[in-house]
Design a protein around this ligand. Structure first.
Ligand code: HEM
Length: 444
C-alpha cells in the first residue's frame, strides 16, 4: 500500500454521477462524497476504502501499462486486512461471483491450511491491484492478464466455512452452534447440488473483468485440493448510472435495502458481527459473521402482470422512491398502525416490509447485501432470474431464521418467489497483517 493512501471510513456507495468524469488524482473529494452519501441499502454500511488518488498511484507503480488517470471507480481499493473481512460492509458492487468448494477426497486440515494461505495471499494482492502471483513486474508472466488495464475497482474476496468443513478438517469440536443446518421452509425448492459446501468464496468488484480475473485466480489456487461444488454469478447497478446516490433496485424494480441496519446504529456490530469472549472454543470466530446465501428465483412473468399499486401493497412501500405507504420519504420510519380513511392499514397486514421488520420479529435483524442474477430462460420458458440473497448476522437464529419462518407462513411476496438453493457459512474475522484468513481456527 503506498504511503499517500488514506484509509477512509466510508458509507455505502450511492454511486453519484460525478464519478463518470472523475480523474485519478483530482477526484478524492468526489470519491469521499460518493462513499459518504449512499448505503449498502439507503444509508448503508461502512467499509474501509482507500482514497482514489492513492489507489491510482499505487496501482500504476506495479502496472506500467495502467493509465495514470483511473476513474474513482477503477482506483478505489478496499483493505484486505482488518477486524472484519471485506465484502460485508463494503458498498454493493457491480459484479459478483459466489463459489462453493468441497475439499478433494483424502484432503483434510493440512490441505485446508495451505489453501487458505494461498487464497489469502492472492486476495491481498488482487485487492491492492497487483498481479495474482506477485511475480512479473509487468504482471503478464503467470497472471492471466485479464484485469491488466484496470485498477482494483473495489474488489473484495471473502471466505467462509460450511458445516461439513469442520468434519473434513477434524475440527468438529470447533464448529459453532450457529452453523447448525437451517430448518426446512414450506416453500423451499432447494437443489442440494447448488447448496452448502465445505468452503465459500464471495467475489465482488465494480468491474466485470476484475471480478472474473479474481475468480480465475481463486479457482487456480484451489484446483489441486478442491472440487468446485457450485457457482453463481450476479450483478448490481453500475457506479454513476443514476443521477444521484440511491439505494439499489432489484429485478422486480423495487428499491431494496432501505430497512438495513446502519453502521451508525448503536447495535450494528452486535447484530452483524460475532463478539469476542463467547468462550466455548468458538473464539476463532470473533469479529466474524454468518452469511446465509439463498438463490431466490423471481416469478417475473407473474409479478409484472400486477398493476403498480398492487405491487406496492405487496411490499408496503412505493415503487418509485421506496417511501413507506404510511407516508413520508424513503427514510421515514414505517408507521405500521396507520390506517386510511376506510379504516384499512396503509401498510397491509401481509406486506413484506411489515412481516420482515425487526419490530414484528422481536428485534431480529440482518444486513442484506445481495446481487441480482439472470441465467437465461428456464425449461418452462420463464426467465431464470432473481436475487442472490446474502444476509449477514451475528447469529442466524436471531437473524435470518425467525424472519424467514414468518415470511414462509405467507407474506404477500412469497407467491412470486421460489427459494432454489441455500447455504450457511461461518465467515471468520479479517486477517491481521501477516495472518491468513481462518488461521485462528486452523492453527488452534
Ligand atoms: C427475492 C426475494 C426478496 C425480495 C425481492 C425482497 C424485497 C424487499 C424489499 C423491496 C424490501 C423493502 C425495502 C427495504 O427495506 O429494503 C424488503 C425489506 C426487507 N426484507 Fe426482503 N426481499 C426478499 C427476500 C427476503 C428474505 C428471504 C428475507 C429474510 C428472511 C428478507 C428480509 C427483509 C428485511 C429484514 C427487510 C427490512 C424490513 C424493515 O426493517 O423495514 N427479505 N425486502
Amino acid at each position: 500500500m503506498s504511503g499517500n493512501n488514506k484509509g477512509k471510513k466510508s458509507d455505502k456507495s450511492g454511486k453519484g454521477a460525478e464519478e463518470r468524469t472523475a480523474g485519478g488524482s483530482g477526484n478524492h473529494g468526489a470519491l469521499s462524497r460518493r462513499r459518504l452519501l449512499g448505503g449498502v441499502g439507503a444509508t448503508g454500511a461502512a467499509g474501509l476504502v482507500l482514497g482514489a488518488a492513492g489507489g491510482a498511484t499505487g496501482y500504476a507503480a506495479t502496472r506500467p501499462e495502467a493509465p495514470t488517470a483511473l476513474t474513482s471507480v477503477g482506483s478505489t481499493q478496499v483493505m484486505f486486512h482488518g477486524k472484519h473481512q471485506p465484502g460485508i460492509t463494503t458498498p454493493l458492487q457491480t459484479r459478483g461471483h459466489l463459489l462453493a468448494f468441497d475439499l478433494a477426497p483424502g484432503g483434510g486440515r493440512k490441505e485446508a491450511v495451505a489453501l487458505m494461505r494461498r487464497w489469502s495471499d492472492v486476495a491481498r494482492r488482487l485487492m491492492a491491484g497487483e498481479p495474482a502471483d506477485g511475480g512479473a513486474a509487468d504482471g503478464t508472466a503467470h497472471d492471466t492478464g485479464i484485469s491488466l488495464d484496470a485498477g482494483p475497482s473495489s474488489l473484495t474476496i471473502t471466505f467462509g466455512f460450511g458445516h461439513t468443513f469442520f468434519d473434513r478438517t477434524g475440527l468438529a469440536d470447533r464448529r459453532p452452534p450457529g452453523l447448525d443446518p437451517l430448518p426446512p421452509f414450506s416453500n423451499d425448492r432447494i437443489d442440494p447440488k447448488h447448496s452448502d459446501g465445505d468452503l465459500w468464496v464471495q467475489i465482488g468488484a465494480d468491474d466485470a473483468l476484475v471480478a472474473f480475473h479474481a475468480l480465475r485466480a481463486i479457482q487456480k489456487e484451489a484446483a489441486r485440493s478442491t472440487r468446485v461444488r457450485w457457482q453463481m454469478n450476479g450483478f448490481n447497478r453500475t457506479p454513476g448510472a443514476t443521477a444521484r446516490p440511491m439505494t439499489a433496485r432489484n429485478l422486480m424494480g423495487q428499491i431494496d435495502g432501505t430497512g438495513n441496519p446502519k453502521p451508525t446504529d448503536d447495535d450494528f456490530d452486535r447484530r452483524v458481527f460475532v463478539p469476542a469472549g463467547t468462550g466455548s472454543g468458538y473464539e476463532w470466530l470473533a469479529g466474524g459473521s454468518y452469511a446465509v446465501v439463498r438463490r431466490i428465483r423471481m416469478l417475473l412473468d407473474d409479478w409484472e402482470k400486477l398493476p403498480v399499486e398492487r405491487q406496492e401493497g405487496v411490499i408496503g412501500r412505493r415503487k418509485k422512491d421506496g417511501a413507506p405507504l404510511s407516508g413520508g420519504s424513503e427514510t421515514t420510519p414505517m408507521d405500521l398502525d396507520k390506517a386510511g380513511p376506510d379504516g384499512r392499514l396503509l401498510i397491509p397486514d401481509n406486506a413484506h416490509s411489515r412481516i420482515s421488520s425487526p419490530e414484528k420479529n422481536s428485534g431480529a435483524a440482518m444486513l442484506r447485501r445481495p446481487f441480482s442474477y439472470h441465467d437465461g430462460t428456464a425449461p418452462d420458458g420463464t426467465p431464470d432470474a432473481g436475487l442472490l440473497f446474502i444476509c449477514w448476522q451475528a447469529d442466524p437464529l436471531r437473524g435470518f431464521v425467525p424472519v424467514q419462518r414468518k415470511l414462509d407462513r405467507g407474506d404477500a411476496l412469497s407467491p412470486f418467489l421460489r427459494h432454489e438453493a441455500s447455504g450457511l457459512f461461518a465467515v471468520p474475522g479479517g486477517a491481521a497483517e501477516g495472518e491468513y484468513v481462518g488461521q485462528r481456527l486452523l492453527e488452534s
